[in-house]
Every structure is written in structure tokens, then in C-alpha cells.
Design a binder for this molecule. Structure first.
Ligand code: AMP
Length: 213
């Protein structure tokens, strides 16, 4: 099974991706996670990307497209994948379309996470991430069993630097300008399925089951 997730930051793409990744045993490929790993490892790509990520701007298309091309070649992606946070521009969508056609790969589900601004702000301001395994929590909606620690691996929970108020505002602007046009792009090809992303995970589960039938 192959998925592409489109939606603003804080719409729940990562949370749903983690659920479906476990359900279908397919990798969750988050370009944000990949870029953060490069930045942490201080790789050449990380060095080129760090300023964009910290300021909530998009990393240049060429860099991200190459990173995704390499990631999709890995064996764990051969039977399926969830692309979370890519494509984010029409140029990226076109590059991905070309790559998929060349490799004769069919993406079964392109989901549009449709969330209100109020919900996005509430989610991002309370979001906490495990510094070790990347599991996603929320101080009120998805609290860990032990405060500040990941239920799965015991890692320390942290707030992402770019979840600060100013950077969130910038990321939402960038989404509206650069990524929202993808909704039209995929709608024209009748490929997009809308998900009411203001709902919490438990309420989304039956809707997802219905969509994936
Ligand atoms: P995310 O974890 O998806 O919210 O991404 C965090 C940050 O990584 C974004 O604000 C961008 O700076 C960068 N990023 C992630 N995915 C992409 C992409 N497809 N194109 C450009 N920049 C990206």
C-alpha cells in the first residue's frame, strides 16, 4: 500500500502515518524527520538545510527531491510507503510523478488532511516529540504515561524548535502559498481524498477504515 499525505503542519499527518505504518508494515517517510536527522548528523545536506528548517521555510526543491529519490530506492520501501510532508510544492509533485511513472509505481491513496487554523495552533503549541524515536505526543490530547518521557522507548520528550509561535505562523503562510496549490493539482486528477483532520485520532480511525476499503 502506498500513501501520500498532504496537509498543513499540525494536521496530524505524522500521528496517522505512524498508525498506518504499523498496520501495513510499511515505512513512514517523513521528509521533516529525514532533514532533522541530516541536521543532527551534520551531513552536507543537513548543513545546507538547517537555516531553512529553523526558520520554517521550505528547503530548496532540488535537495529534497534528491533525498526522497534516494530514500524510495531503499528495500524497505519496495512494498509500500507513506510519504509525509512530500511533495510540498508543485515542482516536487511533478518530480515525484515522473519518478513513480519511471518505476511503474502506483500510489493508491493521496489524503488531504483538512484542519482548521484553531486546531493547528492548539496541536502545535502542545506537541512534544520523543528525542530518541520520534513518537508524537500532546500535553493534553496524547499525554505520555510518565510526564516528559516516551511510553515506547523512555526517551526524553522535547518541543520542536520550529513549533514556536512565530515559526508556526511562517510555516502556515508557506503552506498556504506553496503547498495548498497541490490540493487543486491532485483534485484535477481526481486522486485526492479529504480527511476531516480536526477530529482526534480515535474518531479518525473508523473514517480511515472506510477510506481504505
Ligand atoms: P515537517 O516535519 O514536515 O513539519 O517539516 C519540517 C521542516 O522541514 C519544514 O518546515 C521545512 O523547512 C522542511 N521540509 C520538510 N519537508 C519538506 C519538503 N517536502 N520541501 C521543503 N522543505 C521541507
Amino acid at each position: 500500500m502506498r500513501f501520500i499525505f498532504i496537509g498543513p503542519p499540525g494536521a496530524g499527518k505524522g500521528t496517522v502515518a505512524k498508525i498506518l505504518s504499523r498496520r501495513f508494515s510499511i515505512p513512514h517517510i517523513s521528509t521533516g524527520d529525514l532533514l532533522r536527522a541530516h541536521i543532527q548528523q551534520k551531513s552536507e545536506l543537513g548543513r545546507q538545510a538547517v537555516a531553512y528548517v529553523e526558520q520554517g521555510k521550505l528547503v530548496p526543491d532540488g535537495l529534497v527531491i534528491e533525498m526522497v529519490r534516494e530514500r524510495l530506492k531503499e528495500t524497505d520501501a519496495s512494498q509500500g510507503f507513506i510519504l509525509d510532508g512530500f511533495p510540498r510544492t508543485v515542482e516536487q509533485a511533478e518530480a515525484l510523478g515522473k519518478l513513480l511513472r519511471e518505476e511503474e509505481i502506483l500510489v493508491e491513496h493521496i489524503l488531504n488532511f483538512d484542519a482548521s487554523n484553531a486546531k493547528i495552533i492548539e496541536r502545535l503549541s502542545g506537541r512534544r516529540i520523543c528525542s530518541k524515536c520520534g513518537e508524537i505526543y500532546h500535553v493534553r490530547n496524547i499525554p505520555p504515561k510518565k510526564e516528559g518521557l516516551c511510553d515506547r522507548c523512555g526517551g526524553e520528550l522535547i518541543q520542536r524548535k520550529d513549533d514556536s509561535e512565530d515559526t508556526v505562523r511562517r510555516r502556515l503562510e508557506v503552506y498556504r502559498k506553496e503547498t495548498a496549490p497541490l490540493i487543486d493539482y491532485y483534485n484535477r486528477a481526481r486522486l485526492l481524498k479529504d480527511l476531516p483532520a480536526d477530529l482526534e485520532v480515535a474518531e479518525l480511525n473508523p473514517i480511515l477504515d472506510q477510506l481504505l476499503k
